[in-house]
Design a protein around this ligand. Structure first.
Ligand SMILES: C=CC1=C(C)c2cc3[nH]c(cc4nc(cc5[nH]c(cc1n2)c(C)c5CCC(=O)O)C(CCC(=O)O)=C4C)c(C)c3C=C
Ligand SMILES: [Fe+2]
Ligand SMILES: [Fe+2]
Length: 337
């Protein structure tokens, strides 16, 4: 019987919410050339000289707010997902968890799979939509580590799962708990990405951001585009819930720096909603498979406060996939097919 290694990889989180640990995390994260994709000299100067020293105390304070007895929600739920997938797949599979930045490291997880004498490896980056800064970076890191091994085993990389029916159903069911008729409008708020990185994913060189709504529909030209895959996820969830196109907005949160990022920005949409007199918003965050800083704090606390200050009443987050057994169905499907 073959033994199959499964490597689940999420983004990463600091080891603790202390400023030195957050500095270590941000340094490793933001020095990644796929995350800040500018020439190495400028990246080093910007990250070591400006972003890390100035941002770390602020980011550490935010992490302290979401850190509970289970630690970081991202790592906590990722471990549960790993344990539940291991139980589901049984003894012919070895399921390892790694984080692209900080711990557990991809290198240690791959070593564990090597020691377990697996016959092949399936790498599942835990990002539904492909971006070079997330999925691409995980794939490059795995290739670079395994590339140094004397024996390179068969490896399969999952590239995206933005339209997987199990994920769509979980987000839709989690939303139904809040009775969707109670809301004035629905936001699908994805993690942001610099526009420059969208353009680099456009293999036609002449499609993305060249006309309005270029990425509203997924097609041959934009199949690897993060924005197009995000719109595809949103459309499928909205369709399962019977939400009409005019009642939802796809938007992007968590910008860094002054360059343009994929638009519209969630913060601008909140202003627009408040100006239109909308009172209750239901917000999906389907770029993540587990609750994390961006969902637990940015949406639940910051956006809620901002919206109320502008005259709105409530911003309700739809929980992520977290411990839902149907997410394990999805991971089982990606592991086996
Ligand atoms: C959905 C996948 C992600 C993409 C794509 C992504 C791109 C990206 N992120 C930054 C900068 C930051 N992101 C931060 C936190 C963070 N990012 C993701 C996922 C993606 N990022 C997650 C899951 C998290 C939260 C991790 C957690 O522990 O909860 C942060 C740290 C927080 C902060 O200081 O604001 C930064 C910085 C860039 C620049 C980028 C693309 C170029
Ligand atoms: Fe990020
Ligand atoms: Fe696009």
């Amino acid at each position: 019987m073959q033994k199959i290694g499964i490597l689940l990889v999420n983004l990463g989180t600091p080891d603790s919410p202390s400023v030195p640990d957050v500095k270590k995390y941000l340094k490793q994260f933001l020095l990644d050339k796929r995350v800040i994709d500018i020439p190495a000299f400028n990246r080093n100067l910007l990250v070591r000289g400006i972003i890390v020293p100035f941002r770390s105390p602020k980011t550490a304070a935010l992490y302290s707010k979401i850190w509970d007895e289970n630690g970081s929600p991202l790592l906590y739920y990722s471990k549960i997902q790993q344990e539940n997938l291991q139980k589901r797949l049984g003894e012919n599979y070895i399921v390892e968890l790694a984080m692209r930045y900080q711990n557990p490291s991809i290198e240690s997880a791959l070593e564990n799979l090597k020691k377990a004498l697996v016959d092949k490896i399936v790498v599942i980056p835990l990002f539904p939509q492909y971006a070079s800064a997330s999925t691409g970076s995980v794939i490059e890191e795995v290739m670079s580590i395994v590339g140094k091994w004397f024996t390179i085993p068969p490896i399969k990389f999952i590239n995206s799962f933005h339209d997987h029916p199990s994920m769509i159903s979980i987000f839709a069911d989690n939303a139904r708990k809040y009775k969707i008729e109670n809301f004035d409008h629905f936001l699908f708020s994805f993690h942001g990405l610099p526009e420059r990185q969208l353009l680099k994913c456009d293999h036609t060189g002449n499609y993305c951001l060249k006309k309005d709504n270029c990425c509203e529909n997924l097609n041959e030209n934009n199949k690897f585009c993060y924005s197009a895959q995000s719109h595809s996820t949103a459309k499928l969830i909205a369709s399962e819930l019977g939400i009409k196109r005019e009642d939802y907005t796809v938007c992007f949160q968590s910008r860094l720096g002054k360059e343009p990022w994929v638009q519209p920005y969630t913060s601008d949409i909140l202003k627009k909603m408040a100006a239109e007199g909308k009172k209750k918003l239901l917000v999906f965050s389907p770029a993540f498979v587990a609750d994390c800083l961006e969902t637990v704090y940015e949406i639940t606390v910051e956006y809620n406060d901002e919206f109320k200050e502008m005259g709105g009443e409530h911003v309700q987050l739809v929980e992520s996939l977290n411990e839902d057994p149907r997410f394990i169905d999805l991971l089982e499907d990606l592991s086996k097919n």
